[in-house]
Unconditional design. Structure first.
Lengths: 152, 269
């Protein structure tokens, strides 16, 4: 009986140790665990990294400007509090639209625009038929796109 | 009262073998019925999504397999604790029998996730927290199976692998909460224990049916695999002989010989 208890104690001890170690590691790498930063977080950064990074937020309604002769597109990524102008030359994902969640990868130029070399669409965790969405819009609520941002 | 419950009755291989023989046909049947119902509701009853159209339907495979991949790992860790503490061999048999199914489910969730990501996000793969931790889960399954088989002394290999399973279990909550703890490309949870699911009822119904099918399939295949594993480990014991001879008494000689031949093939592989 005693031996069993000792073994159980060791097993639980190993588990507890693994949990604590993992928590410490994840806490230490907190900044690298995020896939993107929001515009507010970017503004709050003490130092803008001189490498590519990702910003994420919603495509600001009415901000999308497309070049008629090329695939150049300009839009603003916003989290409600701050917005960043993004320039991108390439093919946008299908789900890209105004008010939709988006993640752009690139660098911040000196003039404050974000030069993206890749744009990914982000969708939210709500799934509904088109009729339900229309009913929600008729009731005067904005489309339910791009949830999960801190400032919302 | 507590002691009267036969806690360890089915931890003896013959009792387990007997129970698994009776359970598996029902599990197979249930999995087939729920799977057909789930696919029907998923393809023909559930409406298209307002943004993604029909491509969201891949979640009827994606979400149940992802859940199953995580849940099976929790089960393996639990069996590993039982094996390490009480040295019950059937606990290790169940753990190693579950591992290939868990790996398959995790692989399917990664694969369907990539197929879903391409039309929605615009990429098959990104190194965000949810995707990366799920890939680590797949590697943990593969590592567990490899370690289990790598040591010639089965008992030692089982103990080492059980320890790996136990330490690796910290990855499961990381997968589950990754979309809440960190910004990720992967969307948040649609289904939680506390809130109503954020999807249409028929979509949710299809997902639950497919989840049920996944559970029953996994239980059936794992029990079958555990039976074979138990036969192999207990090959010299009288109950195994009885099991094979019993088949001979029940049917005619030809089918019995065929059945025992099948078993021997299974045992060897």
């Amino acid at each position: 009986m005693k031996k069993r208890h000792k073994r159980l104690a060791i097993v639980l001890g190993v588990l507890a140790g693994a949990v604590v170690a993992t928590a410490l590691v994840l806490n230490a790498f907190r900044d690298s665990m995020v896939f993107f930063v929001t515009p507010s977080e970017m503004v709050a950064m003490e130092e803008i990294p001189d490498r590519t990074f990702r910003i994420g937020g919603l495509v600001e309604a009415g901000s999308v400007q497309r070049d008629t002769a090329s695939t150049l597109v300009m839009f603003r990524v916003t989290d409600g509090a701050e917005g960043v102008p993004v320039v991108y030359d390439g093919i946008l994902p299908n789900l890209f639209r105004e008010g939709q969640g988006v993640v752009a990868e690139g660098r911040l130029e000196g003039d404050g625009t974000f030069q993206a070399n890749k744009v990914l669409a982000r969708h939210d965790e709500e799934y509904m038929p088109p009729e339900a969405q229309e009913a929600i819009e008729r009731a005067g609520h904005p489309s339910g796109a791009g949830g999960g941002y801190d400032s919302q | 009262m507590f002691r009267k419950i036969p806690w360890f009755k089915f931890s003896s291989p013959p009792n387990f073998y007997w129970l698994a023989d009776r359970l598996t046909p029902w599990l197979w049947g249930g999995a087939a019925i729920l799977g057909i119902m789930g696919l029907y509701v998923g393809f023909f009853v559930a409406p298209p999504d307002y943004q993604q159209g029909d491509s969201y339907r891949i979640m009827f495979i994606h979400v149940p397999t992802a859940w199953m991949g995580m849940f099976i790992y929790l089960l393996i860790a639990l069996y590993s604790v039982i094996f390490l503490t009480w040295r019950i061999k059937m606990a290790d048999v169940m753990a190693i029998a579950l591992a290939p199914t868990g790996a398959l489910m995790t692989f399917l969730s990664l694969w369907t996730g990539a197929l879903w990501g391409a039309p929605t996000w615009g990429t098959y793969w990104v190194w965000d927290a949810r995707l990366t931790s799920t890939l680590i889960l797949l590697f943990l399954y593969l590592g567990y199976m490899a370690l289990h088989a790598a040591v010639d002394d089965r008992e030692k290999g089982a103990r080492a692998a059980s320890l790996l399973a136990l330490v690796g279990v910290v990855n499961v909550p990381i997968i589950y909460f990754s979309v809440e703890w960190w910004h990720s490309l992967h969307q948040g949870m649609s289904v939680t224990l506390t809130d109503a699911p954020s999807m249409a009822a028929s979509m949710f119904a299809a997902m639950l049916l497919m989840t049920g099918a996944c559970w029953l399939y996994s239980a059936a295949i794992a029990l079958r695999r555990a039976q074979v594993e138990a036969l192999e480990r207990e090959a010299g014991n009288p109950w195994v002989q009885d099991e094979l001879l019993g088949a001979e008494e029940g049917g005619d000689a030809a089918t019995a010989a065929e059945a025992s031949g099948d078993l021997q093939r299974e045992v060897r592989s």
